[in-house]
Design a protein around this ligand. Structure first.
Ligand code: PPS
Length: 571
């Protein structure tokens, strides 16, 4: 289909909100209905179902639609639709509903946003779904991981009646429904609109690519970044949107718009690209940019890319005739040093020098406060990112000591606390094992369950301290590796993490027996005592290992300061 044949401002829009009188009636009805609290992903899906971004869907897919979407990328009636949009619920909830029932769907604040009339209920083969939709059951793929490890086992299909849209408190001026965006296009006189999808901050290469794409098809440009759910580990959307607002100034006046899309991405590569195109058609766009590795999930367990770099373009091209929106394919843009210009990689001539900074390298430079060249990004964008991701010496940090009772954790932790206080700069908090047990965890004992809960609490508090830019020094026994891993993940989401294994041998700890606990443990007076009658799983890859038979507390604390310095946490 050529772009001339594409109707401006999208095709038929299926909005699922009922009129205000009916909405009032539904609100009254809700109290008597079974109620399901939507998960973050379901909430994103529900919002886009209700506002018509997922037209022609009229609700969460029933079994026949689901099966054909999974296997052939089509609804049961043959309409092209590549992504299963399903409502997954627990077995316990499913046991209480049957076909024909009505369910109130609520947002996390408890507000009912829609009523689902159940048409189907079934237990899908989620592994088969992963293989069919994502081409793999390797759960390093975020879409596969969601299906296999984070979704509920029963799907409930049915039509939706929308009561009210979920509330967003952030960037309200930049959020549009498909109808609102179509109206804006009409008002602005935009006949041809090329949409750009992104989940990353935009730098010069993206600006060049989008500007060229718009020029090429003689269209206005809509930057439509995803702010629903993207790939775990991505830069948060608050920071990104501030960056997008900065980049708008880099386009000629009146040519370019910004609108946020509350989509929950699946990172499904080619299928996802098709889905994105259909969504953009629903928003009234006539063209859609598909670049290199569109919605790519990265690499699998074996270190290979899940999809080829241009697989998405190929798949969209295959279905171009029935899409109703024109793809604008683009190669990767690179900076050509001799020309001091960006160019698609396939237009680089022999002998020319190409410069590029990968996402990983860019993040390293941010983390270490290193130079980011002007050819790569814009000062305003870099400034926003530096504000949100300061270099390590200004980030929060968790220093996590682990080791047997009497190994010297508390003494070293305290020495380190004092040294850091002497240096100044960041607030320092000590979460010592004994201290935590007196305050935060006073009701807990020493079963595995209670120990894990204790460490989880310490991890939670420590991560909050790191988030606020402080240093949290933790010194519990923390005998279980899995929980220590969880604490690391919590901390690293907000700052740094240093695990210090105080590896003083059991014999030495027992010989010291400062609190007389080992003697009691040997005598069976204290049960479940770590190292005697309860396990201690040694850390495999701690940042540091300290044996207090060889180093004094002062020396050990000093070694940690040196480690902090070498990792860039102190300057
Ligand atoms: S855990 O496993 O991390 O939750 O333990 P933690 O909170 O660090 O333990 C704090 C102190 O409790 C004393 N204590 C015991 N330790 C181990 N096992 C048993 N059964 C036990 N009962 C009491 C012990 O003094 C721990 O303090 P430290 O400073 O490590 O000696």
């Amino acid at each position: 289909m050529t772009s001339e044949l594409i109707a401006p401002h999208g095709g038929e829009l299926k909005e699922l909100y009922v009129d205000p009188a009916r909405a009032e009636a539904l609100k009254q009805e809700v109290a008597d209905l079974p109620s399901w609290d939507l998960t973050p992903r379901q909430l994103c899906d529900a919002e886009l179902l209700l506002n018509g971004a997922f037209s022609p869907l009229t609700g969460f897919l029933g079994e026949a639609d689901y099966a054909r979407v999974r296997d052939e990328m089509r609804l049961a009636d043959g309409t092209l639709w590549p992504m299963p949009i399903t409502l997954d619920v627990t077995e316990a909830f499913a046991a209480g509903v049957k076909v024909g029932d009505r369910i109130a769907l609520r947002c996390p604040e408890g507000v009912p946003i829609a009523i689902l009339t159940v048409t189907d209920q079934w237990s899908p083969d989620r592994r088969a779904e992963a293989v069919a939709v994502f081409g793999s059951d390797d759960d390093t793929h975020p879409g596969v991981d969601f299906l296999l490890n984070r979704s509920n086992p029963v799907y409930v299909g049915g039509t939706l009646e929308g009561i009210e849209p979920p509330t967003h408190y952030d960037f309200r001026h930049l959020r549009d429904t498909p109808r609102e965006l179509r109206e804006k296009f009409k008002k602005w006189g935009w006949q041809r609109v090329v949409a750009f999808q992104t989940r990353n901050p935009m730098h010069r290469a993206h600006q060049e690519l989008t500007f060229r794409a718009a020029q090429q098809v003689e269209a206005n440009l809509l930057i439509q970044p995803v702010v629903g759910m993207t790939k775990p580990g991505d830069i948060d959307h608050y920071t990104r949107v501030r960056c997008y607002e900065k980049i708008l100034d880099c386009y000629p006046d009146q040519t370019t718009g910004l609108s946020l899309l509350g989509l929950a991405m699946r990172m499904g590569g080619p299928r996802e690209a098709l889905w994105h195109a259909i969504i953009r058609k629903n928003y009234g766009c006539t063209h859609f940019i598909v670049g290199r590795d569109h919605a790519g999930p990265g690499q699998n367990r074996a270190g290979e890319d899940f999809y080829g770099p241009y697989d998405a373009q190929e798949l969209v091209a295959k279905y171009q005739d029935e899409l109703g929106i024109q793809m604008v394919p683009f190669q990767m843009m690179v900076y050509v040093q001799e020309r001091a210009q960006y160019a698609p990689v396939d237009e680089v001539k022999e002998g020319e020098t190409v410069l590029n900074i990968s996402g990983t390298e860019f993040r390293r430079r941010l983390r270490e406060g290193l130079d980011i060249p002007e050819w790569f990004s814009y000062p305003g964008v870099v400034q926003e990112l530096r504000r949100a991701y300061p270099p390590r010496d200004r980030q929060g940090l968790v220093i996590f000591f682990t080791g047997l009772s009497g190994s010297g954790k508390s003494t070293i932790a305290n020495a380190l606390r004092v040294k850091l206080m002497e240096m100044g700069g960041r607030p320092v908090t000590l979460l010592d094992g004994d201290l935590v047990r007196k305050n935060l965890s006073s009701e807990l004992g020493f079963s595995r369950e209670h120990r894990d809960l204790n460490i989880q609490r310490i991890g939670f508090v420590a991560a909050e301290i790191a988030k606020a830019g402080g240093i949290a020094i933790c010194a519990p026994i923390a005998p279980y590796a899995a929980m220590r891993r969880q604490v690391r993940e919590m901390a690293e989401a907000h700052g740094g993490f240093i695990e210090a294994h105080v590896a003083t041998p059991l014999e030495v700890c027992e010989q010291r027996d400062r609190k007389g606990l080992y003697a009691k443990a040997r005598a069976g007076i204290i049960k479940e005592f770590t190292g005697i009658s309860d396990p201690y799983e040694e850390p495999e890859n701690p940042e540091m290992r300290i044996d207090t038979t060889e180093a004094s507390a002062d020396e050990a604390a000093h070694r940690i300061l040196l480690k902090m310095e070498s990792l860039g946490f102190i300057k």
